[in-house]
Design a protein around this ligand. Structure first.
Ligand code: GLV
Ligand code: MN
Ligand code: MN
Length: 395
């Protein structure tokens, strides 16, 4: 194995045990959990060893600067949090590859001519507090810090309290024009979350855009009662209405080619096998090529689901990455494919504010947000090669 191959492998290997989930399989690395704090510590230690200077911004994002922070900086990185039972690559691959690219550049005596930083964004997956890309949204000002601070996790802990526990100051959360204003170019490397690059026969690709997507919480109310003592006729069982809504979600998306709608989380209150629930909540994830299509899809679902509450928890407009940057990068990498994705990313949030681009690394199965997520080592190395060469071209 070459020295550079070892760099990517070593990075992923060092964090292999952090947040491994023995129940779900894969990784559960939620914002400010023991696992996620451990990953932050690992990042700080790893970046410090590379001679980078750590800077914590006001919104829980971690920066590691090569030299002095400054304007028109090139910034690269991703996130370290995961979905429940997620894969090893979604997020960490971008961070590990960024650190590996720095190590290689330092090893070859390269000196950047622009400020340069590696970043770790907070709560990209929204798995703890329900809002995707929390750290980048707060930074760019698209999420009200008061609303964010009041978000609650599944145990009822507010984001503000969780932040204090983690040593952050939630009073400081909010738009950070100073941090955002320093970014002259953002590049996020990410494992591909589909089979696009497999079909195109390429280890690496450049992103063209991201589907519009959002999350909604649906509530169904009923009457809690005994599973054995209550006759079937006359029950008010909200699980039945929830089940009908789930079928409507699937039908609505199938009727609109290209759209996607998923119910991946459902909670019955109180949640006993021998108890008719008094309330069921489920969470809808809906995506489409355009904002209008996504909204139409959700409106159809809302009309068909007899929910007592239908609340938007997170919304991300469709993204088209800077076309000149995208084409320049794809050409600079020898004409690698340009492809879009159905997955959300901090680069998508930043794209509305600063020039942003993404690199994808082939995922042989296309599986993501599940333990089976994978990338061959040779493709990870090709990803770092690509990132390194783009960095050299812009630094
Ligand atoms: C994050 O990966 C998302 O697409 O929800
Ligand atoms: Mn993800
Ligand atoms: Mn990700």
């Amino acid at each position: 194995m070459s020295e550079t191959a070892h760099g990517v492998l070593a990075g992923l290997d060092e964090i292999r045990d952090l947040g491994a989930d023995p129940v779900r399989g894969g990784y559960s690395r939620h914002l400010w959990s023991t696992a996620e704090l451990g990953l932050r510590e690992w990042f700080v230690e790893r970046a410090t060893r590379l001679g980078l200077g750590i800077d914590r911004d006001r919104n829980g994002n971690l920066w590691a600067w090569w030299g002095e922070p400054g304007a028109d900086a090139v910034v690269t990185g991703s996130h370290l949090d995961s979905v429940p039972g997620g894969g090893a690559y979604d997020g960490p691959l971008g961070v590990v590859s960024a650190l590996d690219a720095v190590a290689r550049l330092k090893a070859r005596g390269f000196t950047p001519h622009r400020p340069f930083a590696v970043i770790v964004f907070a709560e990209e997956e929204g798995s703890r507090f329900g809002v995707a890309c929390l750290g980048s949204r707060l930074m760019v000002g698209s999420l009200d810090p008061a609303v964010a601070g009041a978000l609650r996790d599944r145990d009822g802990v507010t984001l503000a309290d969780a932040a204090r526990y983690a040593g952050e100051d939630p009073e400081l959360f909010g738009p950070d024009p100073a941090a955002l204003g320093r970014i002259g170019l953002f590049i996020e490397l990410h494992v591909e979350q589909g089979r696009g690059l497999v079909d195109l026969g390429s280890a690496v690709g450049v992103a063209s855009g991201i589907l519009a997507h959002g999350r909604w919480r649906l509530s169904f109310e009923g009457e809690g009662n005994h599973a054995g003592a209550t006759p079937m006729i006359g029950r008010r069982d909200p699980m039945v209405a929830a089940a009908a809504a789930i079928l409507a979600v699937r039908e609505a998306a199938l009727a609109r080619p290209g759209t996607r709608a998923t119910v991946g989380r459902l909670e019955a209150v109180p949640g006993g096998t021998n108890v008719i629930p008094s309330r069921v909540q489920l969470w809808l994830d809906a995506r489409a090529e355009t904002d209008a299509e996504a909204h139409e899809l959700v409106a159809t679902i809302a009309a068909r689901a007899s929910a007592s509450a239908f609340v938007e928890e997170s919304w991300s407009s469709s993204v088209e990455f800077d076309a000149s940057l995208r084409d320049r990068f794809a050409a600079g990498l020898g004409g690698v494919p340009v492809l879009s994705t159905g997955a959300g990313h901090d680069a998508g949030v930043l794209a509305a504010h600063v020039p942003s681009a993404m690199l994808f690394v082939r995922n042989p199965s296309g599986v993501s947000h599940a333990p089976g997520e994978f990338a061959e080592l040779a493709d990870c190395v090709a990803g770092t090669d690509a990132l390194e060469s783009l960095l050299v071209s812009v630094l």
